[in-house]
Design a protein around this ligand. Sequence first.
Ligand code: ATP
Length: 323
Amino acid sequence: IKRIGVLTSGGDAPGMNAAIRATVRAGFYYNLEMYGIYRGYEGMIGNEIKKLETKHIYHVLERGGTFLKSARSEEFRTAEGRKKAYENLTKHGIDALVIIGGDGSLTGAHLFYNEYGIPSIGIPGTIDNDLAGTDLTIGFDTACNTAIQAIDKIRDTATSHDRLFFVEVMGRDAGFIAINAGIGSAAAATLIPEKKMPIERLVERLKARTAQMKQSNIVIVAEGGKSGGAVEIADKIKKQLPYYDIKVTILGHLQRGGAPSALDRVLASKLGVAAVEGLIQGKYDVMAGIINNKIVYTPIAKAIVGHKDVDEDDFRVAKILST
Ligand code: ATP
């Protein structure tokens, strides 16, 4: 391996910059040439590829977002699109890839590896934390911190007016951000896609809390819930709790931004180095992750199929603390 191309793809996540920087630094350490592929697979197809130097990675570790930009690419889902992408890599002499992204991006990487055999390795970069093969994904910790800080502020106004707030957090079809935000902000209830909570049970719980003179109530709703998002749930519940002033806040893209937390910076840095070292050791079509504080390389096929769900114990803790 002589030239590694690095890209960020799919939804952006805080800490992606730190992962790029660590990948590039590790590449230089091992005397490799490093290339930045801009806008994910879209830029691979459009030949937005540039040789990276130390100046490109100066002061990026602490910044949110991704300086390589990220994109979703419909064209990469087609065989012709992937052919164009491969031809561009060949033009630049890129003989290995590091793909930083979520399950979709890694699915694309797996397919591309099977078609063209270019040595490649994935790094889990997504706020959703839904990939198997790693305890944590890059961006998840920062997103949880951002959500909790926002909920603290909502709590202040909720308490001042004795309001019931439904706060929707991100996570696609996984409830990791929701369950952590719920535990970390003393929510009255947390609705996650992995567990169905009948509306009647939620109403009962909120009524019981009113009886105990709880002053404010925050219900966390994961965006991908089966009973709908925060707006839908609030609508359904309104008639049954007429004495409550109900408000809805959707945290949305706020959760993707901001400087990465210490944990995300360290995780991203370790995984960047692990990706380069994995490629040098001939570990291809795998994802570098951390399990029990040790670097683990999991076949991408396993990391994407084994969609991780919220831990039963975490759910139990959230339940105990909200009743
Ligand atoms: P996040 O879940 O954090 O948003 P992600 O990586 O899962 O990140 P996706 O939009 O699912 O985000 O995927 C990113 C890109 O990966 C897609 O736009 C597409 O270019 C590529 N991709 C996803 N699935 C496939 C597939 N089955 N075949 C080829 N390419 C794919």
